[in-house]
Structure formats: C-alpha cells, structure tokens
Design a binder for this molecule. Sequence first.
Ligand SMILES: Cc1cc2nc3c(=O)[nH]c(=O)nc-3n(C[C@H](O)[C@H](O)[C@H](O)COP(=O)(O)OP(=O)(O)OC[C@H]3O[C@@H](n4cnc5c(N)ncnc54)[C@H](O)[C@@H]3O)c2cc1C
Length: 454
Amino acid sequence: MSAACALAEAGYRVQLVERRGYLGGRASSYLHPGVNEVIDNCQHVLFGCCTNLLSFYGRIGVEKKIHWTSEMTMIEPGGRRSQLGPSSWLPAPLHGTPKLLSSTAFTTADKLALARAFQAMMKPIPLDTTESLADWLRRHKQTPGAIERFWRLVIASALNADLDAIAVPYAAKVIRELFMNSARAGAMGMSSVPLSELYGSAKGFLEERGATVHFNTNVESAEWDEAVAQWSIHTRTGTLVSEFLVIALPFEAMQKLLPHMPPAAHGEELARQVDAFTHWPICSVHLWFDRPITDLPHAVLLDREIHWMYNKSVLQPWRRHRGSYLELVQSASRAFAARDRNQAIDQALAELSEFFPQVKEAKLEKAALIKEVRATFGVPPGIDNARPTARSPWPNCFLAGDWIATGWPSTMESAARSGHIAADELCALSGDTRTFLAPDLKPQGLMKILAVSS
Ligand SMILES: Cc1cc2nc3c(=O)[nH]c(=O)nc-3n(C[C@H](O)[C@H](O)[C@H](O)COP(=O)(O)OP(=O)(O)OC[C@H]3O[C@@H](n4cnc5c(N)ncnc54)[C@H](O)[C@@H]3O)c2cc1C
C-alpha cells in the first residue's frame, strides 16, 4: 500500500492486486461472527519513531486517527502499579530515568542492571554478531527481575520472539528508539478506528489518482516479455499487464510464488534467503464485560502469560458499549497458541482478575480468541544475511514487505518503509528523482552527541 500510494502520487498509473476482499493484510479488522463485533486481528501499536508509517498515514489522511500516549503502566499481580514514561525536565537519554527509578516493579538491583545494559546498548554493536540477546543479557549480568519484567515482557514481546532467538542489534534498536533517542520517538500510538477502516483509506487515495484496486485477486505467476519490456501478471481471474512490478508479499507467499516467476540469475539466492525465515505467533483474547473494569487505556501485565491489556472502550469510544471491551495480547507464546478456545479464555480471565479484582464481580458477556500463528518473522542472529534488498532478480521488478532489508523488525513501519524504498528504486530506474523514504527522527538532548551508528 505504501509503495502503491507513493507511486500514484508520483503520477504512475497503479494497479494494486490483493488476494483478500479488503486492505490491511496482517493489520486488519473484520466482523467476527461469534461476537457480532468488528474487531482487529490484534491490537497494533506504532511509535513516534515510525517515520515511514506516519508519512504513509499522512499521505492517505489518517494521521489524526491515532491515539497517542507517552505513559506505560506496569501492573503486578495484586494490582500494584508503576508508571514508565518521559519526564520533560531531563534531556534524552535520561528522560525516562526518574520514573524508572521510582518504579516499584523493579528492585534496586534490577534498576542498576537495566542502567548498565542501557549504557552498553549505546555502544556500537556489530551487525553480524552471532550472540543472542539471552547470551548478551547473561554477559551483562541482568537480574531475574530485569530479565522477566523488562527484557522478556517489553523487548522480547516488541520483537515477538524468545530472548535466545533475538539478534542483539534488533534489541538495541528497540531500546534506542523507544527509550533513549527522544520522548517523541518513544510515544506509543494506537488506531482509534478498526484497522481495515484505517488502511481502507488507501483505496480512496489510490482511486482518486486513477489507480485500480483489484480485490479477491490472487497472483499466481508472472512473466517478463523482454521484447516489449512488459510484465504479465497471471491471477485466478485474469491477466494484468504492466511496465513495472512491485511484489509486496509476506515471505511465505513469496516462497509459493517463486517457482512461478521467470528464471533469473539470482533467483536461487532469493529462494535460499526466503527459506531462512520463520514465523512467531501472537494471540489475542477479546472480552466484553457488563461493566467498566478499568479507566486505564492500556497496561503491561507482569509475571503472567497475558502481557498487554488494551481497553478498547477507552481507545475506541465510538463503540459505545455500555460495559467494557478489553483486548489481552500474548506475544511470542507458542504454548498459549497451542491452547483451545475455552482454555485460553479461562486462563486469560483468571489472570486478568489478579490485576483487576473487578473482573470477579463482572459478568462476561462474550469473548473471542484470535490466534495468528504467522504473525511476524523472527529476527535471530544472522537474519540480516537473509533479508533481500528491494532490487529483485528480475528486470523492472522490486521487492517490498516487512521482511526485506529495512533494518526494522517485523512491523508496520518495516512494511511502510519497504514500500517507500521500492518506490524510490522504481522512480530512480525510470529517471524520476522523486524520493519517498522518510528520514529517521533526529536524536534529541545528549543523544545528539552520544548517538551511535549501529
Ligand atoms: C497478531 C499480530 C500483531 C501484530 N502487532 C503489531 C504491532 O503491534 N505493531 C506493528 O508495527 N506490527 C505488528 N504486527 C506486524 C504487522 O502486522 C506486519 O509487520 C505488517 O502488517 C506487514 O505488512 P506487509 O505489507 O509486509 O505484509 P502483509 O500485511 O502480510 O500484507 C501482504 C498482503 O499480500 C496479500 N497476498 C498474499 N499473497 C498474495 C497473492 N498471491 N496475491 C495477491 N495478494 C496476496 C495478503 O492478503 C496481504 O494483504 C502484528 C502482526 C500480527 C499478525
């Protein structure tokens, strides 16, 4: 979508081909028949540092539909709360320090360990290091409290993988962007409308610029005709032709398409790269109660299998549910993903009542469990060797999608960034000097002089 919208803005006649009947891909919403509500396939969060996603939102006119917050409430079982977030009187990277120091979620030993680790993450980390985050944390003498309540809960869940399956440079990127570079970079955003409505705005933007959106159209193969310099894209419902092609598929769909692409010099290398990727699941439990449970818009829940609570009644007030609608998210949990619906919902409810005792009094009106087993790709050490650039092995063809070489983990920012990179490459090939890749936010405060390059 980001490539299509950028290129339509640049004056190209774009055709967007989508297998499903709606836009949004892995970030979408639908009418869930079991609960008769439009729900997101999972809460999606973005941050101030997601410059390409925000520039894409600006392009399609939905930037005002994001609810922003700088506060993160951590709750311990039993209900004790700590607040993390910036303090305006201290420059970056110290802006988060006062609240971290006053947090009861961490012991003094945990806080000292975290300070040591943050300092170490400021130093350049070789991109090709083979050390996993788990080993790095052991080497930097992280305490069990810091590991469980910060590294596993906040960082591993942001990267959606176990600590021993995370490359250190990706963890460092999250730490620097969310906690060190500036308060603005670390601000957290959540859509105030269902995700398909948010991303559906791309359709209007494209059509106003003469583009066509083909829904329910599965691309099955593509051929390049050198004589006329033209692609023929074969779908189940017919063939489309074009001068340029941007393939913005998830890695497993690319894997399926590859044998049906023309032979190319580096085609096998791309196939080897795609094979190196693995999926990690994310589950979400959606609960509707007959009464309010909490005023908090969202919270981090400590020491249990449910990790994040999003209060959709607060985040999406137009829902006007007289009670409350909460969404609970479990990241990187293969064990939770293996549970059946009733087990998962019962467990989520039992755990939730440890944080919010009101749950015990409230009546659960309806519930849904969504398992996304192919939610994101993992970022283990060495993954960067498998991330291809936007230049494909074929003529006039570019790759996009969150898994290509953007330097970002599997996120909406990586997807938007990849689309802008592909659009830039395509423009450059056709002699157009326009560029769409948005620059990163500049570090603020002391980070201006302390900024690291990797
Ligand atoms: C449960 C869950 C929670 C997540 N949470 C977050 C979060 O909080 N923050 C965040 O930034 N990211 C999050 N992500 C990741 C984010 O959703 C993805 O990184 C992003 O959506 C990837 O976008 P993409 O365009 O690269 O791929 P996709 O969104 O997968 O889009 C690819 C599109 O290609 C279509 N397609 C596939 N095959 C074909 C074919 N043969 N022909 C035509 N069309 C085809 C698909 O239908 C799809 O629409 C989450 C993902 C999930 C699943």
